[in-house]
Design a protein around this ligand. Structure first.
Ligand code: DC
Length: 240
């Protein structure tokens, strides 16, 4: 069957539910899921590990030009786990640490780092059939994407979601502290000089503050179908 494979760009601030939604949507259509935030996190993790000064743009750019990042998402084998392989090692856990989270916005603001990552992301999307989430996907990485979504939710709601996520992992933090960190990250991500977080012109805005995951997934799937995406029945039956 000659089914059309489209590209879906999902942008939005931290904690708006991008990765949860993107993974589900990718699974329904049998598309590749690409978490671009994980790529910036991998560079940040490597920079911290190698004691690189995070204001040294030249060194960070060099690091980004030589890093190998492979994203492996095999829901049939591994549930909803995304594996991030950096220079041959699985760093999926390490890149979610609080230290990486608190420093990633600074690294992601470096132009050389962004140039290297955007090229890599565009290569990953060459074949179509991708769901890519991030901050600049609809505006810079895949401006030709057939479907662009801008997901958002109130800061309070996003902080609560992160708090619950961390609690499930046994990490206890003050909700207020988390809210402050999210506000700060929002500010840095949307005020940086290069590719700041903003809604692409043709992007559809979805405020998820009072919506369930299922409601958002259903909405995005409906929109994707109107753009020509077709379900992967084999994957759906296997996974359910
Ligand atoms: O989605 P996340 O929280 O894992 O993203 C980590 C950081 O990376 C976030 O502070 C913004 C940055 N980022 C970016 O600048 N551009 C992207 N396409 C994706 C993430």
């Amino acid at each position: 069957m000659n089914s059309k494979k489209i590209s879906i760009a999902i942008d939005g601030p931290a904690g708006s539910g991008k990765s949860t939604i993107a993974k589900e949507v990718a699974l329904k259509f049998g598309y590749t899921y690409i978490d671009t935030g994980a790529m910036y996190r991998a560079i940040t993790f490597k920079a911290l590990r190698e004691n690189i000064c995070l204001t040294d743009e030249q060194q960070l750019t060099q690091l980004a030009n030589h890093i190998s990042i492979v994203l492996v998402y095999e829901p049939l084998i591994d549930g909803t786990q995304l594996h991030v392989i950096m220079d041959g090692s699985d760093v999926s856990e390490e890149i979610r640490s609080i230290e990486v989270t608190n420093n990633v916005s600074v690294v992601a603001a470096v132009s050389g780092v962004r140039e290297a990552m955007v090229l890599l992301q565009q290569k990953m999307a060459l074949t179509g059939g991708v769901v890519m989430d991030g901050r600049d996907i609809g505006t810079v990485v895949l401006p030709q994407a057939e479907l662009k979504i801008f997901l958002t939710a109130s800061v309070t709601e996003r902080s609560k979601r992160r708090w619950l996520e961390l609690k499930e992992k046994g990490i206890m933090v003050e909700l207020q502290e988390l809210e402050e960190q999210i506000r700060q990250r929002d500010y840095l991500d949307s005020h940086r000089e290069i590719s700041p977080l903003c809604q692409a012109k043709q992007a559809i805005l979805l405020d998820t503050t009072s919506l369930t995951i299922d409601q958002v997934v259903t909405k995005v799937i409906e929109l994707a179908c109107t753009k020509g995406a077709q379900f992967d029945n084999y994957l759906m039956n296997k996974y359910r």
